[in-house]
Design a binder for this molecule. Sequence first.
Ligand code: SAJ
Length: 413
Amino acid sequence: QTVSVIGLGYIGLPTAAVIASRGIDVIGVDVNENAVNTINAGQIHIVEPDLDIVVRSVVTTGKLRATTTAEPADVFMVAVPTPFKQDASSSHSPDLSYIESAANMIAPVLAKGNLVILESTSPVGTTEKLAGWLKLARPDLSFPQDKGDAADIKVAHCPERVLPGYVLQELVSNDRVIGGMSSACSQLATQLYEKFVRGECIVTNARTAEMAKLTENSFRDVNIAFANELSVICDKLKINVWELVKLANRHPRVNILNPGPGVGGHCIAVDPWFIVDSCPEEANIIRQARLTNDAKPHYVVEQICKAADEFKRPVIACLGLAFKADIDDLRESPALEIVKDLVAKEVGEIIAVEPNIKQLPSALSDSGITLTSLEDALDKANVVVVLVDHKQFKATDRTQFATKVVIDTRGII
Ligand code: SAJ
């Protein structure tokens, strides 16, 4: 059996490597030539713990090979991004063009008996659209939307659910939702996942699988929004929100998540909008959670401006730029948004500490900000803002903050 993984990013590459490590031949396909060359040299172009070791091993044994053009295979797994459309008028509607391109890429090499799996997080109905694009390109083959179980090509949605930073563990240990367009599609997909997943493979239809993934991330977003709203209320009422959450969580049926500087990453801050986009009249709590979480960075900036006002020469140390603890990923990071806003507002001298990167991202490279060590930042700053709960920050002796004005968005101090 040969598996082809289309899209070798944060999900596709670990998935390809894990499948290859089970002795299955994997062809990875990506339009990014650099990524393809890096992988074929046994290296990786993204950061994920231990992924380099697995990729080096499967490339060395010849089980994983990367290419820029699709080749025939038994299974095609599509793991491409599903961002928002770029035009301002519909800024929260999903852009399915990467999935459409993937469909057009694999269509010419599709053959009777193939299974096509959509792994990308997608709005409800996308798997059916994918099957539609394939059918358009290959009228000589039959698809499940017309022929059900008897179709030449099987199509299923099996959404990825791995947590960045723990991808290799979660790829294997998490349960998988298998949403086939027919029961034969689900059956074939289950057979594949059972080869590398230790968790349970649970069968449903494609639309429910799509909604299940969006629901998981919306659930988390709504619960973080609740915590973020509480943090703003507590500031106003002069209550320590961290103590409050701890106390409330002593109740056997209460489990509040942690407030923070906002919600980042490319999943939780994105996926709930796909539900809102499908059902704008009905998805009120889900929409409000997004708005509440998106407002939190602005609230933090206001707090910092107030603190800086107390100093003639404010020097503000921003601890952390990543979107969450102990990763180097700055995409959609509320910490980065806050720092950019501080620069734009010329609040004072800004020093950034981000132990997981070696140089500032391009968005900040001409900003006059310095990237420095924690010691240096604590030495120079009069205002310290904790934006990410990285392990290095949590391990810092609390007395080092004693003489500073501290804004701790993560509750580590
Ligand atoms: N955050 C808080 N408070 C919390 C928890 C998180 O402010 O109590 C913030 C984080 O700092 C971060 C953001 O939320 O900015 C998202 O972080 P996360 O760790 O909750 O989730 P992601 O985006 O890294 O991964 C999520 C996961 N989904 C769920 O836990 C339901 C993961 O399992 C999904 O596979 C992933 O999205 C995805 O790819 O969709």
